[in-house]
Design a binder for this molecule. Structure first.
Ligand SMILES: [Zn+2]
Length: 458
């Protein structure tokens, strides 16, 4: 369908309830991106004050806000935010219902789960207001690249588990109406990639988006087979850290510049590159990003742990949330002239590719995607030995039940094929020397990665 028709008729009907607000927020964001850093900070203080006012009604946050002297408009600058303790992933697990603000009409909030960045699934809530702001911020990030809703779009992505054929058919139909083609990223054999490459060429996407490892996998297929008829205007890499050699390899495969984006399911789009590609522009109207070591702030330019406050979710406040990724704030301004501060991820989610019994590769991103479906999983670690056998370690929660084990074992075998699978329940998963962000690892050498590195001389 013509993109203009999708924008004018399809999306407003499909998103009847939220479309007017989403469009209004997007309009505001278009203007505010050019404002100065000082104006952004002023807006952040104002929005933070409102958020703290709402969050005071959360049984979890209320006492913390009061103890920090931030109740009743006690915040005068962004620095005051540091008086609040950091919200840890463990708090989300232990106190989820208490974090929710009291007096919220339950019928207006949606519960979500994320596989998280540290091998520990978490659950949280959001409402329409958050959804509109968060979606508007994501739309603006696409807008940096000249892409608007309704334009032809393709994603190489993880798809839902336990979905009925009816639900899947409905989803495919909805995607088609939106000019979106989704390639299921966890089922990519050579044969399937061949089928998808043909469909992708016919789809003529303006933007192709995917997990970094999936773009590598699919890009490798295109290069090996000399396929050159998939030529989007831009490729967006998200969900995993993008290294320079990966960017170069993916650019070669798709013949288009690659732009990095950083977001998380809990707080949406945190930052995105503009065409100048001088760091990720923060979604400053939507999030406040601090960089800390332990609990102490680190100066601009130095790397540390990212702590994120989401200004848009007032029903389930993420106040100083330690997200599990590492980065540094960049000094100075970007050539594009936007006033949005910039971030560089120094270490983000890195997963090894696992090798399946069929000789294909499975991105490690599969596992957080899978385990977020099970309330019985507190955290997990996956290791593939050189004989391809897979060892899964799981820390249980009180919600664990035996049928969950059968269910996730089935899902793993479906994608991994006939590999030996061993399961171990452990009280705790220790951080590895390679860092806590690597919760999938494999001893099987991956030719694709070595070939790609060789090709770009990395
Ligand atoms: Zn820029």
């Amino acid at each position: 369908m013509h993109p203009a028709l999708v924008r004018r008729f399809v999306l407003p009907r499909m998103l009847r309830r939220t479309w007017p607000e989403l469009t209004a927020r997007r309009g505001e964001l278009e203007a505010s991106q050019w404002e100065s850093a000082a104006q952004h900070e002023e807006r952040q203080v104002e929005r933070l004050r409102t958020l703290l006012g709402e969050a005071a009604r959360s049984p979890f946050h209320g006492p913390r806000i009061a103890a920090a002297g931030l109740a009743n408009g006690g915040l005068s600058s962004l620095a005051d935010l540091r008086r609040l303790p950091i919200l840890e992933k463990q708090d989300l697990k232990d106190r989820r219902e208490d974090i929710l603000v009291t007096g919220v009409d339950r019928s207006t909030v949606t519960a979500s789960a994320t596989g998280g960045t540290t091998g520990a699934p978490t659950r949280y809530y959001w409402d329409d207001r958050y959804w509109c702001l968060s979606s508007a911020v994501t739309q603006r990030a696409y807008g940096f690249l000249g892409f608007e809703p309704g334009d032809r779009h393709a994603m190489i992505w993880g798809t839902a588990f336990h979905q009925s054929w009816r639900a899947r058919a409905k989803e495919t139909w909805t995607q088609r109406l939106k000019n979106l083609l989704v390639i299921p990223g966890f089922e990519l054999s050579e044969e399937r990639m061949g089928v998808w490459a043909k469909r992708l060429a016919r789809h003529r996407p303006k933007v192709v988006e995917g997990y970094t490892s999936l773009l590598l996998l699919f890009g490798g297929f295109l290069l090996r087979n000399g396929i050159r008829d998939i030529r989007p205007k831009a490729v967006v890499s998200s969900a995993e850290k993008l290294y320079p050699w990966q960017r170069e390899f993916i650019e070669r495969a798709f013949g288009a510049p690659v732009y990095d984006r950083y977001g998380t399911r809990e707080v949406g789009c945190v930052g995105a590159e503009c065409p100048s590609r001088q760091g990720l522009h923060l979604s400053s109207e939507h999030v406040i990003v601090e960089v800390v070591r332990g609990n102490e702030p680190v100066p601009v330019g130095e790397s540390g742990e990212l702590v994120i406050t989401c200004l848009s979710n007032r029903v389930f406040p993420f106040l100083r949330y330690r997200i599990g990724d590492l980065g540094r704030l960049l000094a100075g301004s970007c050539d594009c002239g936007r006033g949005l501060a910039r971030l560089e991820l120094t270490e983000g989610r890195v997963h090894d590719l696992l090798t399946t019994a069929h000789g294909t590769y499975l991105p490690g991103e599969f596992f957080p995607h899978l385990f977020k479906e099970y309330a019985g999983v507190h955290s997990f670690h996956i290791h593939q030995r050189s004989d391809k056998s897979v060892h899964v370690r799981v820390v249980k929660t009180p919600a664990w039940a035996p049928e969950q084990e059968a269910s996730w074992t089935r899902e793993i075998q479906k994608v991994m094929g006939n590999v030996q699978l061993s399961l171990e329940y452990v009280p705790k998963i220790e951080a590895t020397a390679a860092g806590k962000l690597r919760f999938t690892s494999s001893d099987v050498p991956v030719d694709l990665v070595n070939q790609a590195k060789e090709m770009v001389g990395a």
